[in-house]
Every structure is written in structure tokens, then in C-alpha cells.
Design a protein around this ligand. Structure first.
Ligand code: BGC
Length: 250
């Protein structure tokens, strides 16, 4: 069974066809830049564009960069504030006539990593952390997702962690990998102390270059720390998995 997975990020919107229950991407994913401002209307156009590219008719799973409670966006710090209080699945459905399942983007990436990637062998508590435009988190116990954790917004040295340990913070401040990895380390130590997971999976585009920063960032963290296996594609795969699950397909 094939499902279209879409990962909405603060920088790009990516889509790909995902084969379920295997959780593998068919063909290369497609990318469109996130519109600025990323209003509901502008993002709906981006979603439609991706669907057009794949000529997709059928269920769509979406990872959204904010917590989604009862279908409603609670916060969306890296998108337009117009999203707060809105129901993205309803908005996309109305515009396309297709069925949408929308979950938090880091929760989506975590689902893919826990079931098909770096977390496959760990049975107890797993935390997935995505380092991108923002910092996202996903918490799992025995494979079961506890949705909408927002560990990216922990306060470290009086500041939102996202402001110093995200991939965007490194780029904006022009920090070396070494300098940034110390900030990520302080952040991961805090997550480790507060959650006490058995495994921390670190994802986002930077996980492709994990050798540059992860060994230093993992020092002093008691949990095992590993890079994501599906890298930046985890969000697409997990979004499709969420849609598949809601339709009883995986
Ligand atoms: C949001 C999270 C999201 C993360 C990654 C954070 O700013 O609050 O919900 O998962 O960015 O996109």
C-alpha cells in the first residue's frame, strides 16, 4: 500500500511516496521551499503543488512543526501565527478533497526511526530529537508514542534551547561544529537528566554529518545516543505511517 507523506518544515516542505508497512520511500522525495510568511493559505498551495507533482489521489499523512492537540495547532513558532487554533487536516482536506492525517513533525520522524530505523532494537524508553529550523522531540515507551512533547523548548542558561542547539542556530551564528556540539551536548544532558531514556536518536539534516559533531555532543550523556538512520526522510515516512495506521494499514 502506498501513502503520500509530507513533512512541513520551517525551511522546506518535502513529500514522498511511502510503501507500507515496510516504511520505504519509492522514488526520490520532492522539495518545495516553505513560503514566507507560512500562512495557512500559502502552505496549502505548497501541499497542493506536491500532490500535483505525484498526481496523488488518496490519503495523505503530514508532519507539522508544532504540537497538534485534538487536531488543533497549539503553537507554530516557525510558521505564521495564523496557524494557532486552526485544524490543518480540515484545511488541506477542503482544498484538495483528499483525506489528511496531521501529526507533529518530530513525532512523525520518531515513528519512522523507532519502527524502521535507529530505534528498531530498543524496547524501552526512546527519545527522538530533531535538530533543524527548530528542535523537535518525540517520546516512546515500548514502541508506543506519547505525542506532542516539546522538549525543544527547554530553557537552558535562561534561553529557549532551540535558540542555541538547533541546526539553524549554528548556521545563523556561523558556529563551528565544535562550538555547536558543546551546545547540543548541554541540551542532550538536560534531556537525559529529565527523561532518563534508554536511547536518544538525533535526527534532522545534520544527522547526515553526525561524525562531525555527535561524538562530542554525546559525551556525559548516560543514555545511548545515535544518529537517525532515515536522516531527513524520517519525517516523510513517519507521516505516511500515521496516515496508514489511522486507516488500519500498518
Ligand atoms: C516546535 C515543535 C517542532 C519542532 C521541529 C519546534 O519549534 O515547537 O513542535 O516539532 O520545532 O519542527
Amino acid at each position: 500500500m502506498m501513502i503520500l507523506g509530507i513533512d512541513i518544515g520551517g525551511t522546506g516542505v518535502k513529500g514522498g511516496l511511502v510503501q507500507l508497512p515496510q516504511g520505504v520511500l519509492k522514488r526520490d522525495p520532492v522539495h518545495v521551499p516553505t513560503p514566507h510568511p507560512a500562512t495557512p493559505a500559502a502552505l496549502t498551495r505548497a501541499v497542493k503543488k506536491l500532490m500535483g507533482h505525484f498526481q496523488w489521489k488518496g490519503a495523505v499523512g503530514v508532519g507539522f512543526p508544532g504540537p497538534i492537540r485534538g487536531g488543533i495547532v497549539e503553537t507554530a513558532v516557525n510558521l505564521s501565527p495564523q496557524w494557532v487554533g486552526k485544524n490543518p487536516a480540515k484545511i488541506f482536506q477542503k482544498a484538495t478533497g483528499q483525506k489528511f492525517i496531521v501529526i507533529n513533525d518530530a513525532d512523525a520522524a520518531g515513528l519512522a526511526e523507532v519502527h524502521h530505523g535507529a530505534g528498531k532494537k530498543e524496547k524501552e524508553v526512546i527519545v527522538m530529537i530533531t535538530l533543524g529550523t527548530g528542535i523537535g522531540s518525540a517520546l516512546f515507551h515500548r514502541g508506543e508514542l506519547i505525542p506532542n512533547t516539546e522538549l525543544g523548548h527547554l530553557t537552558i542558561r535562561g534561553k529557549d534551547a532551540e535558540k542555541s542547539a538547533s541546526a539553524k542556530a549554528r548556521e545563523e551564528n556561523d558556529w563551528s561544529w565544535k562550538k555547536w556540539s558543546r551546545k547540543v551536548r548541554e541540551y542532550l544532558q538536560q534531556v537525559d537528566r529529565l527523561i532518563n531514556p534508554d536511547l536518544i536518536i538525533v535526527g534532522g539534516g545534520v544527522s547526515k554529518r553526525a561524525e562531525k559533531w555527535l561524538p562530542r555532543a554525546a559525551k556525559g550523556v548516560r543514555a545511548k545516543v545515535v544518529p537517525a538512520k532515515l536522516h531527513n526522510e524520517a519525517g516523510i515516512v513517519g507521516a505516511a505511517m500515521a496516515a496508514g495506521k489511522s486507516r488500519g494499514l500498518s
